[in-house]
Design a protein around this ligand. Structure first.
Ligand code: PHB
Length: 356
């Protein structure tokens, strides 16, 4: 008998997922009031759990009031009102039989000017992305290189927001170390030109991630999951490979594997794509360097692609497909034909229209 891996349970530490399908973290920039997403945006997440997803991620939640926010109307998780709003979502997701993960992040240099309450844009080095901000049409400002004090302050922000996630009852927290945002900016020699202990070697570039992980782990009860997300691509200057080569990436994965984390989430644009000029995809290259569970996303749109993605990963995450189709999990089960979506199809996520 053929094993149906996609619909088989999977255990990460003390948590069992009922199947291998999760909702990827997706920003909705709908938090116009009190740093809390619009009610229909929260309901959307609960509906995905009720409709069979095993794992539901929040959108990226910003970690401090000085410099973390990069886009308008992003969510926060440090006030009682915010905690109470998310607690209801977390409870409903749990009642529906799924796990909830809060993704926390700091934008670093990928920030619109004047968005942050303190008006600061900070990064490992005083270096702006090459590309203009596609949403505003203006160049990104040159960020301030972070001082030691800034680093400690930002690390503290990650821990404070993780505390909020714990209070809200989330099953886990994910540190967003991907897509060219702040943690990723430190990991990558493309954005990190520092000459102190935070730049240069792979180990030095990893130091900031290490400090963030350690600070977050300290505030997490042992029964919660801690996940780290990584990618070789960034949301701006998308053509750039953020790691120098496969060895550089795999060394980072080995360092991550020595940290108190429970899984690694690998973000790709296409899970099948060969990476670093090799003939292997990111999941396989990651697998070769760690024994941690791996979550994967990138153009997983139908049963065949989901099954194929599980060849080198344990859980598939969907952005566009599950965003646009509330019945995606059941449609995977029945093997319905579902072509991939274009990025523009998902722009509806940023409108006022409630999604089904
Ligand atoms: C991303 O991870 O790509 C991301 C996160 C937060 C945003 C936008 C994009 O607001």
């Amino acid at each position: 008998m053929q094993v149906d891996t996609l619909f088989s349970p999977f255990t990460i530490k003390n948590h069992t997922l009922r199947n291998r399908i999760g909702v990827a973290p997706m920003t909705r920039i709908s938090s116009r009031q009190h740093g809390i997403p619009r009610q229909d945006v929260l309901d959307f997440l609960v509906r995905r759990a009720r409709n069979g997803a095993a794992l539901v991620y929040t959108e990226a939640i910003v970690t401090d009031y000085e410099s973390a926010q990069g886009y308008p109307n992003q969510s926060r998780l440090t006030t009682q009102r915010q905690i109470d709003a998310w607690k209801k979502v977390v409870d409903d997701i749990r009642k529906a039989g799924a796990l909830s993960i809060a993704q926390i992040f700091h934008c670093g240099r990928v920030a619109w000017p004047e968005i942050n309450p303190a008006g600061r844009i900070i990064a490992p080095s005083a270096l702006a992305p090459r590309q203009d901000n596609m949403l505003t049409g203006s160049p990104y400002p040159v960020p301030e290189a972070m001082s030691r004090f800034d680093i400690e302050h930002v690390v503290h922000g990650f821990a404070e927001t993780a505390k909020g996630a714990v209070q809200a009852g989330f099953d886990g927290v994910e540190i967003h170390g991907a897509h060219g945002y702040l943690v990723s900016q430190f990991l990558s020699p493309y954005s990190n030109l520092r000459e102190d202990g935070y730049g240069g070697s792979v180990e030095n570039r990893f130091r900031f991630a290490h400090e963030v992980i350690q600070a977050v782990a300290q505030v997490m009860p042992k029964d919660r999951l801690l996940i780290f997300r990584i990618s070789d691509w960034g949301i701006v200057d998308m053509d750039v490979s953020l790691f120098e080569n496969q060895a550089d990436y795999q060394e980072t994965i080995r360092l991550l594997s020595g940290e108190p984390i429970d899984a690694i989430s690998v973000s790709t644009y296409d899970f099948k794509a060969a990476a670093f000029g090799m003939n292997q995809n990111m999941a396989r290259i990651t697998r070769a360097a760690t024994s941690l569970p791996i979550l994967i996303c990138g153009r997983i749109h139908d049963r065949a692609s989901a099954d194929q993605a599980l060849a080198d990963a344990d859980v598939v995450l969907s952005g566009k497909s599950i965003l646009l189709n509330p019945n995606w999990v059941e449609d995977l089960r029945s093997g319905k034909a579902m072509p991939p979506h274009k990025s523009a199809d998902a722009d509806v996520a940023y409108t006022e229209t409630p999604l089904p």
